[in-house]
Write a protein that binds this ligand. Structure first.
Ligand code: AMP
Length: 467
């Protein structure tokens, strides 16, 4: 049975949705003012895998994601570029969706823009004012954190600690507590604005999410996801808003947070200027390589990005490709056989246990590679039948419904000309005879013809030299 680490209880819990097999999943979407980077991709690939895995387990998942299409960063960037804020945010929303499509992140059922939910935002602010959880000052309407006794239950911060927090907390003169956050911001002269009972303005950062989730899911739902940087103040603020409006708790049954994609240990981010956009990554590498890279680490742990690691991952993916190629080219008449039933059982058990343990994808992928190593040695001895090959391929296809890096977007291997294959055999013979000079000469000849040999434990691998 699936166990998930719940950031709210800080422990692993058995996953049971609120109602039967229905799972309402909400993940914080991007603020669209620039191209998305591979740090964003990490979070969205993880939740795409999670949604697809839950679907395969028979859950009816409704995956909702917001798009922050109005906020300070968007207004600032639009001013800098001399463009209308809406043109800028629509442009980067389109680019974001293109990137997600390229990465096969396609499990989101509904993308909801903040600006399409102003009515819902106003309704929430009205209710918070009425219940005395909010107050108005000169520049907007604020949430009073001292009124909510559960403040800090997600992030572990107290009201006093929120006073010290300096990051991403709205600055304003006249706030009752330093940690109070903005619900409705009055707009300055040249800023985008919407009409409200309190004057022209726009939503604060946190309120769009609860306005959107209340509309589609109601005040309580199953899973809320996002990167761990959002735990405080963003997700803490969401809990304050929704639970004080509805009086029902918990707003969310399971809180899941992804670890950061880092560069030399530091979070990849726009502000640190250490980012690689998804677009740039895909100019050099395939989308499946990014999925493989991301899913090879547990979703809660940090992953450090470097070209070196990506190259190693590329080699591993090629090993997987070779394996599939070999399984697919088995002939029906191969007769020699060794039973693989117990191996398959063992691998499937390991795989499933890993996935059910808080989506331990590195362990699950480890089980797949264990299968590759064991079956490769059978293949080398010609001891695998066509039907056994089919069985393994079936398992891999099932797994790839949520991984999307095994078959999806895989290029068919280029056929190696017979002439090259013969030369490789001659080189193998020379190597066996320890005639290194001849072996090297043959390697050079092969290279001149546009192919390279890689000596692996399972024998030589030939591939065309990439231009
Ligand atoms: P933002 O547009 O900055 O609000 O980010 C959108 C989503 O991407 C949020 O869930 C962030 O937590 C996540 N995110 C941003 N940077 C990274 C990173 N370096 N690693 C993992 N997730 C990230």
């Amino acid at each position: 049975m699936l166990k998930l680490y719940n950031s709210l209880s800080r422990k692993k819990e058995f996953f049971r949705p609120r109602k039967g097999k229905k799972v309402n999943l909400f993940v914080c979407g991007p603020t669209v003012y620039d191209f998305a980077h591979i740090g964003h991709a990490r979070t969205y690939i993880v939740f795409d895998m999670i949604a697809k895995y839950l679907k395969q387990k028979g859950y009816q998942v409704f995956y909702l994601q917001n798009i922050t299409d109005i906020d300070d960063k968007i207004i600032k960037r639009a001013k800098e570029e001399g463009v209308f804020w809406k043109d800028l945010s629509r442009k980067y929303e389109r680019e974001y969706l293109k990137d997600m499509k390229a990465l096969n992140v396609n499990s989101v059922n509904k993308y909801a823009r903040a600006t399409a939910h102003i009515k819902e935002v106003i309704s929430q602010v009205k209710r918070l004012l009425k219940k005395d959880f909010a107050y108005q000052i000169t520049d907007g309407i604020y949430y009073d954190i001292s009124k909510f006794k559960d403040y800090g239950k997600l992030s572990g911060r107290t009201v006093l600690q929120a006073e010290d927090a300096i990051s991403r907390i709205d600055e304003a003169i006249g706030k009752k507590n330093k940690g109070d956050f903005c619900l409705w911001k009055f707009s300055k002269e040249d800023e985008p604005k919407w009409k409200s009972p309190w004057g022209w303005g726009r939503p604060g950062w946190h309120i769009e999410d609860t306005a959107i989730t209340e509309k589609y899911f109601g005040p309580q739902y199953d899973i809320h996801g996002g990167g761990r940087d959002l735990i405080f103040p963003h997700h803490e603020a969401e809990i304050c808003q929704m639970e004080s409006i509805s009086g029902k708790k918990p707003m969310v049954k399971f809180w899941l947070h992804t670890g950061f994609l880092t560069v030399r240990g530091e979070k990849m981010s726009k502000s640190l200027n250490n980012f690689v956009t998804i677009r740039d990554f895909l100019k050099k590498y395939s989308p499946r390589l990014l999925r493989f890279f991301v899913l090879s680490t547990h979703y809660r742990s940090p992953i450090d990005y470097s070209e070196e690691t990506i190259k190693q991952m590329k080699n591993q993916l090629e090993r997987l490709d070779d394996f599939i190629e070999k399984l697919s080219s088995l002939k029906k008449n191969s007769s020699k056989t060794k039973k693989i039933t117990s191996l398959m059982k063992e691998v499937e058990k390991e795989f499933n246990e890993a996935m059910e343990d808080d989506f331990n994808t590195p362990r699950a992928i480890g089980a797949v590679f264990k299968l590759i190593t064991k079956v490769n040695s059978l293949l080398a001895k010609g001891k695998l039948t066509y039907f056994q090959g089919k069985k393994i391929l079936k398992f891999l296809k099932k797994v790839d419904q949520f991984f999307n890096f095994i078959f999806l977007g895989r290029k068919k291997r280029i056929k190696i000309p017979l002439e090259i294959k013969k030369m490789v055999q001659e080189r193998e013979k020379a190597r066996k005879e320890k005639n290194w000079k001849l072996a090297d000469e043959i390697r050079e000849k092969i290279k001149a013809l546009g192919y390279q040999i890689e000596d692996t434990k399972e024998g030589p691998r030939i591939k065309p030299i990439e231009s």
